[in-house]
Design a binder for this molecule. Sequence first.
Ligand code: ADP
Ligand code: MG
Length: 685
Amino acid sequence: MRPEALNSLFVETDALDGVGPKLMRPLEKLGLTRIRDLAYHLPDRFVERRAIANLDEAAVGENVIIALTPREHRSPSGRGPFRVMAEDAVGNICTITYFGRASYTAKKQLPVGELRWVAGRIDQYGQMLQIVHPEHISEDASAPIGKLCEPIYPLSEGMTQGRIGALVAQALKGLPELPEWIEHGLIAQKDWPAWREALGEAHRGVNAAARDRLAYDELFANALALMLVRESNRSQRGTPLVGDGALRAKLRLPFALTGAQTRSIAEIEGDLAQPSPMLRLLQGDVGSGKTVVALSSLLIAVEAGAQGALLAPTEILARQHYETLSRMLQGTGVEIALLTGRDKGKAREAILMGLLDGSIQIVVGTHAIFQDSVAYRNLALVVIDEQHRFGVGQRLMLARKGRRAPHTLAMTATPIPRTLTLAQYGEMEVSKLDELPPGRQAIDTRVISVERMDDVIGGIARHIETGQQAYWVCPMVNENENEDLAAAEARYAALKERFGDTVALVHGQLRPEAKDAAMERFARGEASLLVATTVIEVGVDVPNSTLMVIEQAERFGLAQLHQLRGRVGRGSEKSTCLLLRGTQMSETARQRLALMRETQDGFRLAEEDLQLRGGGELLGTRQSGDTPFRIASLEQIQKLLPIAHDDARLLIERDGGLAGPRGEAARLLLYLFERDWGVQLLRSG
Ligand code: ADP
Ligand code: MG
């Protein structure tokens, strides 16, 4: 049960003033369903403005607030923008410019002859200064003056800065006072504010101490929960599994295992023989051969007279695994079954029976294999594919299935750097498949200036003529998703003009049916060129697609580029990846692209990515899904995670865990960050 002190934080956002059905969707899209989420929805950055008395004080490129009096409205001749000529206090004239259909609002907000306070960025336009689409316009001075430092929040469609700001303010107003969970010495040494103050300050302006404190809270909660898992695991008894190798010897593999596979299997074998349950992570890039390692592990369990399960995140992946494993198991006499949510009636009954009486030795499936109605005779090993899609909570649910805790092998294809491994899988041992099976062709990766677009298009034409297919990836990087979509649509239109109906488009805002249809068309080879935003589905596997163009490649992180590039190089033909770069690039961006050209080693890229990204961030820019953290940036993780880890250990090993007075506060923290499975474990264990 969640402690009462936190109840107000977990109230749903629709209880706030001004949240109707219309705002619910954008809020949900941002993951802001409870007051707590809003309070932790930290600004990406702040716009700092200077209040100036007249335009002579203004510098080009500066954000200002200035009093201006509109003198004339100039409607566009033809397709030009709508302009308002406005005068400052000393008679200088500047232009306020509106593109598109904004002129109606402009006329209303900037009536001729009436003084207005205008907040926006000063640009040069010919001989004149101009402000394009001012961010605020107001009749009285007080409102804009209050915007000298304005938080800029991550948005979703249908949400505005004004609305989200107001909701955050409401959320912050009701924050409870919570006891301190950070060790006193540490908080004094770092000079960090208390929790409630830290939240308030993090929304008000750039404040490293406040941001660090909040990040530390998150890291500490995670470290503590993982430590509790580890402790509880140590105290549990599992079943030692020792196989005689008989079944593994019967496998007729069409290839020799790589050194990395052999090593990983040996590590797993060693763990399985222990009385305490295995908690091991198998890390290996796409194509590194995790499946055969999983199968060998499952066979050890079967040899030892027990059952094994393979859990996949989706039905499609479960089916694929089942087919692959069944093929490999031919001639071994091992019984394997597939169980998904789709199975009903007699077929399902038969499988349940087989699992109960032990005649089925290996089961592959989605989380349906762990429903209450499914009972096992002797489940001793659980292999989880694509670990990162499952929460730790689910992982633990599995552990409760057997009479004794089963061994767990988690597998992930996302190469993450060592520090993040600690953060995400702190309680696990790690095996790495850091060697690809022989015979893979390297992907020819090139960096090309966008100025050579014509050559690139020509290359695509030649490529398609040979009957092969290609991806064209457009970035989703702007704060405003719509701008990116517009760019992707424009690219699609241009390519379509050149190549005709053989071009297909997918992006996140298409209806699911439209998206599926486009994907299908490409998968079946009816379309040769797929224009896509970064949402190319995880399952996309079109071996005939051997060319990838990535636009504005300098704006992607290395990890992301690596994931994208992994979509080609899947067939027998040689593959190419063209990284289109803009004409201006930062030094970091240049290094990133050079690295992409140099290596295809996911682990190396992950490490270097962390190094490169570590430095250049002003605020803790949220990372896209590659860490389990929402608050802590990569830099903060590197800086603070080791401290959080040590402190969590101290709290458990020296300070009485969650029982002591600081433990009470730490328990709140676990609930606050929804790491409460840690608490529950401790109670049951
Ligand atoms: P992962 O699940 O790690 O992405 P898979 O297990 O699906 O990779 O293996 C990718 C491909 O490589 C499969 O076709 C598999 O049969 C093959 N493979 C696996 N191990 C080896 C090996 N040692 N030598 C050659 N091919 C291998
Ligand atoms: Mg796989």
